[in-house]
Design a protein around this ligand. Structure first.
Ligand SMILES: [Zn+2]
Ligand SMILES: [Zn+2]
Length: 288
């Protein structure tokens, strides 16, 4: 914040901070829009031919407005949570507290990991991220944390647009934490240039209403049927298939579930009075 001559933040600098905030929000929206339109077009075509659960198309789903709120606001929330945790992490673990120090520290990674070629860093990032996310996801399925994760499972019509339904607490102790741990370990933030859009597209893909099991590749990469089982009731596949990207983690840790000759249906959670609006869902864990 720019100080006034007497050292206190003035109205001008507060205005400037607010302007910067709205520019940041606008940039995040603008970056998200082209990929959203491309995904909407792709899944409109694909789900009309290979729908796992026929019925209403994605654009006519009951809680579409809620999904759209998550889809466009969650990247903004994630961005600010990530910046906050990056700043705190560098200060606590490396004693870096100046703006210039932070830029130099994160600009191109640090230490031995940053010396690796970028594709190798991308592979390490994907593996590291998926291992952290597997365990944080299991943690959020526990009794204490479920209230923050329930929103992800609450939609009864799972579609590609449902992929961003995450409570900020879930994000903070999930993907944001994983990203920051790996950047603090030294991986360059440049991995996000390619992996960012790919991760969004893959996350939309696993939530898409498609009957694709991916055949033998089902152990290699998470697909729609693999993840749709995770959205069924806990006594079916709901407490299985925790991996975001690599199902081999579920095989290793004994939670892989894709029964032969069966396909998933009936999604959602047991709580019948679960709210449907975006603000009510964000408030829900604190009012229970
Ligand atoms: Zn889950
Ligand atoms: Zn999901």
């Amino acid at each position: 914040m720019l100080p006034t001559p007497n050292g206190a933040p003035g109205a001008d600098s507060i205005g400037q901070e607010l302007l910067t905030f709205f520019i940041n929000v606008g940039e995040t929206f603008a970056k998200n829009l082209p990929i959203s339109l491309a995904l909407a077009a792709a899944f409109t075509v694909l789900t009309s031919a290979w729908a796992r659960n026929p019925g209403r198309p994605w654009w006519a789903k009951r809680d579409l407005v809620t999904d759209l709120c998550y889809w466009f606001f969650i990247p903004v929330i994630t961005r600010f949570l990530r910046i906050g945790l990056l700043v705190v992490g560098a200060a606590v673990l490396f004693g870096i507290t100046t703006a210039n120090g932070l830029v130099a520290f994160y600009d191109n990674g640090h230490g031995p990991l940053a010396a690796l070629p970028l594709p190798a860093q991308m592979v390490l990032f994907l593996i590291g991220e998926d291992i952290i996310l597997y365990w944080t996801h299991r943690y959020f399925h526990g009794q204490k944390m479920w209230k923050y994760h329930a929103v992800h499972h609450s939609s009864e019509q799972v579609e590609w647009i449902s992929a961003a339904r995450f409570h900020p607490v879930n994000l903070f102790l999930g993907s944001v934490l994983a990203d920051v741990v790996l950047l603090l370990a030294g991986i360059s933030p440049n991995v996000f240039v390619a992996l960012g859009p790919l991760t969004i597209a893959h996350s939309a893909f696993v939530h898409a209403n498609l009957d694709w099991t991916l055949g033998p590749l089902k152990y290699v990469i998470a697909g729609p049927v693999f993840h749709r089982w995770h959205h069924t009731a806990a006594d079916r596949g709901g407490n299985k298939n925790f991996a975001a990207t690599f199902p081999i983690l579920d095989v290793i840790f004994g939670t892989f579930y894709m029964p032969a000759g069966q396909l998933p249906d009936n999604y959602g959670i047991d709580e019948r009075d679960y709210p449907e609006s975006f603000p009510a869902q964000l408030a829900r864990p604190f009012t229970q």
